[in-house]
Design a protein around this ligand. Structure first.
Ligand SMILES: Cc1cc2nc3c(=O)[nH]c(=O)nc-3n(C[C@H](O)[C@H](O)[C@H](O)COP(=O)(O)OP(=O)(O)OC[C@H]3O[C@@H](n4cnc5c(N)ncnc54)[C@H](O)[C@@H]3O)c2cc1C
Length: 383
């Protein structure tokens, strides 16, 4: 029989997945709990801002690729580089295959599922070292360097951000954005959608509404493709040097979980406190959690709800906080630009943070210090 508490008498929390939300949960619980984070990569490889990652990989790395050993608050957190293979809710064990191939059993009092989604070549769930992550980013950027035209399929935030950033930052690249509806960015406020149409056109993006692509066999989202794109909406095939399929081909990373925890699409069913239904000691947050129709708990600070509720439950409180998402999606869409960063609000208004403030205040100080509790500068070898 495993002891209920760690040898230090502290509650054991296992965080499954150290992406955008898992790192936030672990950094905020590390001081008062015995936290282990399971991570497929030895770094936080953020799911944010594909456009910047394609168009300006060095800027993206600065803000969105951070080796885990640079987070000061993770000094107290044990990280296991590997993938979770099973969650045994009877024995309260998280079963992990580590990067060296060994099987590790992690006992938990509380588990947090933050394993995110797989979505194209830019969000993969396989176990990789930092060199492999870096090589993937460089390979894609190099093929874009060689291209003179690109077709981007899909008008969600990933497609819009990619089109905008490539048009702005890659002189000589002819950028075409195709989407099935009249306007891109479904789920955003109508004013936001119209504003982005104007900005894309001003940036030189060729806009193609009313185009629904015929998706070729063989997972085209896994790479940039080169074959002509065919349309189910009747237009002539379109030829470009490269094709980026940002068609929302999102698959939850949940295959290791008991089926009864998942909805019909494989996302984790949670209550308003982001607790897994019928398991009071398991939470789910981020893109893998079916928290609301847009599954928006990552960008809407769901980690705070989870952290507070774990603390409250630890104190014996039954008054848990609830997750309440806004009606429309919000946030930055095209990321950091020469003139700053525009944050779109749920009500359709927007404000611009000047460039100096966006990098130094928003990204370096607020993000790194206030949100993560300090990030060391420079590159160090990760644990
Ligand atoms: C503070 C904040 C602000 C944001 N702002 C914006 C914004 O302005 N605009 C915008 O578009 N989006 C924004 N987002 C949202 C963001 O685009 C995604 O929603 C977010 O990256 C999803 O985070 P995640 O932790 O759920 O998944 P991920 O970041 O994908 O992390 C999941 C991790 O789990 C790993 N994993 C998968 N399977 C396993 C396994 N079996 N075992 C162990 N690990 C596994 C994955 O490899 C990955 O490393 C924001 C998010 C945050 C946190």
């Amino acid at each position: 029989m495993l002891p209920r508490r760690s040898t230090y008498g502290r509650t054991r929390v296992v965080v499954i997945g150290m992406g955008d939300t898992g790192v936030l949960v672990a950094t905020h619980l590390g001081r008062s709990f015995d936290v282990v984070g399971v991570s497929t990569k030895p770094a936080l490889v953020s799911g944010q801002e594909l456009g910047t990652r394609l168009a300006d990989p060095d800027l993206w790395r600065r803000n969105y690729l951070t080796p885990l050993d640079r987070f000061r608050r993770l000094d107290r957190v044990r990280t296991v580089h590997g993938a979770v293979k099973a969650l045994d809710t009877d024995a309260k064990l998280v079963e992990v295959a580590d990067a060296g191939g060994a099987l590790v059993s992690l006992p938990y009092d509380v588990a947090v599922i933050a394993s995110g989604t797989t979505n194209g070549f830019w969000r993969r769930s396989e176990v990789e070292d930092l060199a492999a992550v870096e090589a993937g980013i460089t390979e894609v950027a190099t093929s874009i360097d060689r291209a003179s035209s690109i077709a981007i399929i899909g008008g969600g935030p990933t497609g819009v951000s990619s089109a905008y950033n490539l048009a702005k930052r890659r002189a000589g690249l002819d950028v075409h954005l195709f989407y099935a509806q009249d306007e891109p960015l479904p789920g955003y406020h109508p004013k936001t959608r119209r504003r982005l149409i104007r900005e894309l056109a001003e940036a030189g993006v060729h806009l193609h509404p009313g185009h629904r692509a015929s998706v070729p066999a063989g997972s085209p989202t896994d790479r940039l493709t080169t074959a002509p794109v065919e349309w189910t909406t009747g237009q002539e095939p379109f030829v470009a040097d490269l094709v980026l399929w940002s068609i929302g081909d999102v698959q939850p990373n949940s295959g290791f979980l008991p089926r009864e925890m998942l909805d019909e699409h494989g996302f984790v069913m949670v209550d308003e406190h982001l607790r897994v239904q019928s398991h009071r000691d398991i939470y789910a947050v981020g893109d893998v959690a079916a928290s609301d129709p847009a599954r928006s708990s990552a960008r809407n600070f769901g980690y705070r709800v989870v952290v507070r509720n774990i603390r409250r439950a630890e104190r014996g409180s039954t008054k848990l906080v609830s997750f309440t998402p806004p009606k429309y999606r919000w946030g930055s869409i095209v990321g950091l630009q020469d003139d700053g960063m525009v944050i779109h609000q749920p009500n359709g208004s927007a404000f611009r943070v000047p460039r100096w403030a966006a990098q130094r205040v928003l990204m370096d100080v607020l993000n790194r210090t206030a949100i993560y509790g300090g990030v060391r500068s420079g590159r160090r070898t990760s644990r």
